[in-house]
Every structure is written in C-alpha cells, then in structure tokens.
Design a protein around this ligand. Sequence first.
Ligand code: URA
Length: 257
Amino acid sequence: MMIKKQKSEKSLIRINKYLANAGVASRRKVDEMVQEGKVRINGKVITSLGTKIDPGTDKVFVDGRQIVILDEPVYIVLNKPKDAITTASDERGRSTVMDYIRIKHRVYPVGRLDRNTTGVLLLTNDGEFANRLMHPKFEVKKAYKVTLDKALTREDADKLSHGVRLSEGMTKSAKIHFLPGEKNKVVGIIIHEGRNRQVHRMFEAFGYEVYKLDRVGYADITYEGLPRGRWRYLTKTEVRKLYEIAGMDKTAATIQY
Ligand code: URA
C-alpha cells in the first residue's frame, strides 16, 4: 500500500520499529496495537505486522495522533580546509564543506567562513542552537590567526582592539595578540561578532592585506587533533557548554551518538 515500488528498500522501516523509536511503546506492544487496528498509515488502517513505511513521506497515526520522529540532534566540528564553500549545497558544483562530512543527518553550518578561511566550523541540525550561537546578543568568542602582508604596528593593534569603523558601523572591542617569533606579521585576534568578512575588513581599514586566515577557536572549541578536512562529533560536555553560552537549558541537550 504505502510502499512505493521505486523506493529503495533502504529508506523503508518496519512499522513496529518506527513506532518504538518514536517512543510510542515497545515493539511487542506496538505489534499488538497494529493487530488491534489502532495504526493508520496515510489514512488507511493497517493490521499486517510486516508493513514497512518510508518515514520521509508516509504519515503515521496511532489512535488518531500523528507520530513524527524528529531527527536526533547532532553537533560537529570540522577543521575546514581552503577552497571549500560554507554552504549546504552549491549550484555551481564547487567544493563545499558538506563534501567533507558524509553522514546520514542533514547538518548545516553555524555561520560561515570565507572560501579561503580555514579552521573551526561547527555544523548541526539543531536549528535553535545554531541561530542562537549566530545571534550577536550571545557574543560568542571567535579566535583567528591572521597572516598579514607586513608587520602589524603596536599603534594599529591598539586601534584595532578599540574598534574599527566599517561601512555598517563600529566593531566591538577585540583582543590582539602578537605571536612570538612571527615578526608581527602573524597575529591573533579575538572578536565576539560575526560580520561578513569582518577580520579582513578590520585589517584592511588600516592598510594591511590578509594573506591567510585561520579560525583557531569558536567559543571553547578548537581543531586540536583534527587535521584539515577532518571532523568529529562534539562531546556531550562541549555541547552543554555551548548550550549555556547560547542561553539555553543545558540539561535539555540530548546527544544520542
Ligand atoms: N572574518 C573574515 O574576514 N573571514 C572569515 O571567514 C571569518 C571572519
């Protein structure tokens, strides 16, 4: 009935498994409910225990109540390589960050990095979490290592840290770190905003060219131990910390992987 012939068997799931995963009841109990005629799929009562459904398209009701399984939330950090676009898909067929993450969940980047910026990029399918982290109100800390065309002067570093006038207004204060042994051409900057090409524009405002930009940290998340182009799931502790930063109830963070 609901099983469309052209559907690959892979996307189908037995009704008792689906309902048990949704928390309706145990598989055995669900089988009883099916036999009792309590389950409807796309408007039709089913009583066959072997019935399979496609969770993406079939509508399942138990006792008149629709049962929907929400995708379990996943949280990922990618060490973004150069030349990858931060988008879920690119209609021009260019390499995207998604090419590096082959999982069954549809995850989305939390904010964006320029094509040639490398480093820490979070991805998730938890929409509220992503939106809050991107919201300026939560002032999430972003740390970058910046390679410049020439040495940064102390005077310019001081001005940069106090805020820079960009076309849309002043940037908030930032922290600049001179890195030992780099002749002041490679510096660290920590900002709490995420405006478009912000770091580039901040340095350009003082006549510097940014040769390389690497995001070394997002909140407390770094790419330590992750080679470029590799990713890992965030740990429960990391997700809870981010929930707190985003003003969400950390005890509500559910991580099943
Ligand atoms: N600032 C930039 O200029 N580019 C990025 O990718 C991130 C921050």
